[in-house]
Every structure is written in C-alpha cells, then in structure tokens.
Write a protein that binds this ligand. Structure first.
Ligand SMILES: O=C(O)Cc1cc(O)ccc1O
Ligand SMILES: [Fe+2]
Length: 449
C-alpha cells in the first residue's frame, strides 16, 4: 500500500506535514511524503533519491520467527547517528523504572487515588509520574504504570525510550504525537502505541491528562480469539498507522533518552524527525477504543475480564501475560438470575485500573475519571457495599452501561509503588471503607438472606 503524505499548510519550519492513517495491525506498510522518496524493489540503493539516507530500525532480533519479526526501513535527511551527540545524564525524578522498590508495605493493600494534580508549564516529558513498576528493565521483563499531566507542547525537545514501548491512554486533552514515522492525533477514548526506541515529540491542545503503560517485555499484540472466531473485540482494521511526515528544521534542538532506567540529553542542531519515506512493519499506531466490539454473557453469569482484552504483551508461558491491556466499555448487561458486576476476587495477576469516562460498575462512587486503583497480586477486591446491595436487589431487566470507559493494565508481576504514588495527596485514605457494611448474613438456616 502506498499512501502519499498530504501536504498541508506547514508551520514555518515544517517541510512536509501529514495527518492521515493506514489501516491494519502489524501490516507491512509503505508511505512517502515526497514522490519517489521510497526506493522500490530494494531497501538499500547505492544512492537514495533526494539525497536521503537509508536506515533500518529493528524492533525484533534479525532472527525472530517470521510472525514476530518486525523492522522498518527509514529514508531520512540524516542518519540517526547524526541525531545523537554526547549524552549527559539528567534528573527526571518522577519517571521511575523497575526494579524500584520504594514503598513496599503500602503496596500490600487495596489502593485508590483521585487524579494527579495539574502541572502548569510542563511538557509531556516533564509531566510523567510513575505510579507502579513491575519486573526488571535489564532483563526486558515487566512494566510501569504512569499517570501524566501537562499543558505545554514540546517544540525543540524530542525523546526516545530505549526501555520499552509506550501505550498512551489519554483521559483529557487531545495529543499530537509526532513520531519519526508520522503524526498521530489522539483524543480521549483513543490510545496510541509508541514503539521502543522511536523518536517523538508530543503536543497538546490545552491541559492534558492520562495514563501510560510502559512495556519492557515482548511487544503488545492482538490476543488470540479462540472460539470467538475471526470477528469482534479489537478488529485489525481499526488500528491506524500514520503516513510519513517530516520536519525540516536546522535549529538547536535537544534529544532526550531513557536508557536502562536513566535519563540523558544531547544537544543537536536539527530536528531528528526527518524521515521522508518509510516501509516496514515496526511502526506506531493509534486505536479508537469505541471500535472495540465487546462479546459477553448473553444469558447468565459474569465472565472473566479477559474477554475485553484489546492488546496483550505475552511471555513465554502461554496465557500468562507480561501485561494485558483490558477495557470496560459501554455495553449491555442482560444476564438473568445473576450478580452482574465483577465478582469478589483474588488474582495471581496485579491489576492497575484507570477511568477515562463515566462510571465503573463495581465502584460507582469514588473512582473518578483520571483516578487510579491498584489491586496487587493476591489482594482481595470487588464491588463496594453500595454496588453489592444495588446489584443484589435490582430488577434484572436489560440495562445499558452507557458512556463509560475504564481500563486495566494487568501484569503477572507484583506492582511496586513509587514514593510519589505513596505520598500523593490524592491517595484515598478511606478507600477500604467502601467495603464496610458487607457484614455476615449467614445464620445457619437455609433461605435467601
Ligand atoms: O474490577 C476489577 O477488579 C477488574 C475485574 C473486572 C471484572 O469484570 C472481573 C474481574 C476483575 O478483576
Ligand atoms: Fe479485579
């Protein structure tokens, strides 16, 4: 597929700009923002058109099996070696990386937060606040759950994260994510995936807030669907990869890097977002969560939340994810003679949850958009007292859970709390009170109590 970048009225320094997308998950795409910029029939011509440099970006080992082999060929104004100078360490105290055990005892408890405070003047990069970390970045295992708040677009600052891909989940504000491989506009109820190592800058249209899953492990992919068959859940065509777009800018810029948990910066004299054409299957994408077609219980009982998995980052152990990204979207509840909300539960996996809009059925009060909860490995949780009473006594006609979108980052690894999260003023000290009232009803005599 060849889609040429549309040239729109450029900002002063932007050589070509495009806002268009190619559909499909994991496809082999090709795109050029100037005609003839993409070599045909070979990857590495002796000389590339327009004087561009050819460069391969490998997202898997060269030798990965065909089904998981990912790489792209980028045709750029300068090779990336010219986009890096000497890296100087910088402090970025709020973006933490596993292993990071700062607040062990609090992690053994059900936790919930209201949204993090706004961060006036902050860019995306400054506005990332790590809440939990899991696993170990050095062995490419685990993840981190971050919240972000910022209101200032990155202009001359760029960055890449060598430690993992970033799954960005906006809750407030539309993001413009300008990657090496094109531009994505991402609004609340959409998500974006920035591949590991990809250079980006992030803009906003005002105060922006949301969540990020930083995945150190195998890349997010679509889950198998088993007996569900070929359709529904997240359909491949609803994933959108941007067409090529580049910035032709010869002024002082900074490239920030996170590498093995440490933060660095280097000064360069131009924009690193200078890819005029590319082809391959290692690429960013966005996805509209409202295009997820939920499949659920249509007669009785409450299924496991895995039916709502949008993306899974697998491990070598079948069905045991490094991290699953699961959503709880608008849907009909129709189950008969059933306690419809999530059941009470203890889980070997660790559950970090956020709310993008509306209300979550297990917690109608107290879990607000922009808020977060953590139910760590083997910690009991479930509907609050009010939710239990309501669901136990309601008339079970079909009910639409409307205008709602919650999500979960669920990992096989225990999630360690950062000091920031433990000391955050929005931590709800009284969260566990929500289960007060769930008293003993059993008196040894049969009958509905
Ligand atoms: O609210 C939660 O804890 C997430 C969740 C949802 C659900 O429908 C079933 C189990 C579960 O852990
Ligand atoms: Fe749960």
């Amino acid at each position: 597929m060849t889609v040429q970048g549309k040239t729109t009225a450029p900002a002063a320094k932007v050589g070509a700009n495009a806002l268009d997308y190619m559909p499909g998950f994991g496809n082999d795409f090709e795109t050029e923002s100037l005609p003839g910029a993409l070599p045909q029939g070979q990857n590495s011509p002796q000389k590339c058109n327009y004087g561009l440099y050819a460069e391969q970006l490998s997202g898997s080992p060269f030798t990965a099996p065909r089904g998981t082999n990912e790489r792209s060929w980028l045709y750029r104004i300068r090779p990336s070696v010219r986009h890096t100078g000497r890296f100087s360490p910088v402090e970025r105290p709020h973006w933490k990386t596993a292993p990071c055990v700062e607040e062990h005892s609090l992690a053994l408890g059900q936790l919930r937060w209201d949204p993090i405070p706004d961060a006036p003047g902050a860019t995306f990069l400054d506005g990332i606040r790590t809440v939990t970390t899991a696993g170990d970045v050095m062995t490419q295992v685990g993840m981190a759950a971050h919240a972000y708040a910022f209101d200032t677009s990155m202009e001359d600052d760029y960055f890449f994260n060598a430690d993992g891909e970033l799954l960005v989940v906006p809750e407030r504000g539309t993001l413009t994510i300008f990657t090496e491989m094109g531009i994505m506009e991402v609004e609340p109820q959409e998500i974006a995936l920035i591949p590991r190592g990809m250079m980006v800058k992030v803009g906003c249209d005002g105060p922006a807030r949301g969540y990020i899953c930083e995945n150190y492990g195998a890349k997010f992919t679509l889950p198998d669907r088993g007996p569900i068959g070929a359709n529904c859940l997240a359909n491949p065509r609803d994933f959108k990869t941007p067409v090529a777009a580049y910035e032709d800018k010869e002024t002082p810029c900074r490239l920030h890097v996170k590498w093995c948990g440490r933060h660095y910066v280097t000064e360069i004299g131009h924009s690193p977002l200078d890819v005029v054409a590319w082809h391959g299957n290692y690429a960013p994408f966005k996805y509209d969560l409202r295009t997820f077609s939920p499949v659920g219980a249509i007669l009785f009982d409450h299924p496991d939340p895995s039916i709502f998995t949008v993306l899974t980052a697998p491990t070598e152990e079948a069905g045991t994810a490094n991290v699953d990204f699961v959503i709880f979207p608008t849907r009909w509840m129709v189950a008969e003679h059933t306690f419809r909300p999530p059941w009470y539960h203890r889980n070997i996996m660790s559950e970090f949850m956020g709310l993008i809009t509306g209300q979550y059925d297990a917690k109608e009060e107290g879990f607000v958009p922009g808020g977060m909860s953590l139910h760590n490995m083997m910690l009991p949780h479930g509907p609050d007292f009010t939710g239990f009473e309501k669901a136990s006594n309601s008339d079970l006609k079909p009910v639409k859970l409307d205008a709602t979108m919650a999500f979960m980052f669920e990992t096989r690894y225990p999630q360690q709390l950062t000091r920031y999260a433990a000391e955050l003023e929005t931590l709800q000290d009284d969260y566990t009170d929500c289960w007060d009232g769930l008293e003993r009803k059993f008196d040894g005599t049969p009958g509905i109590k």
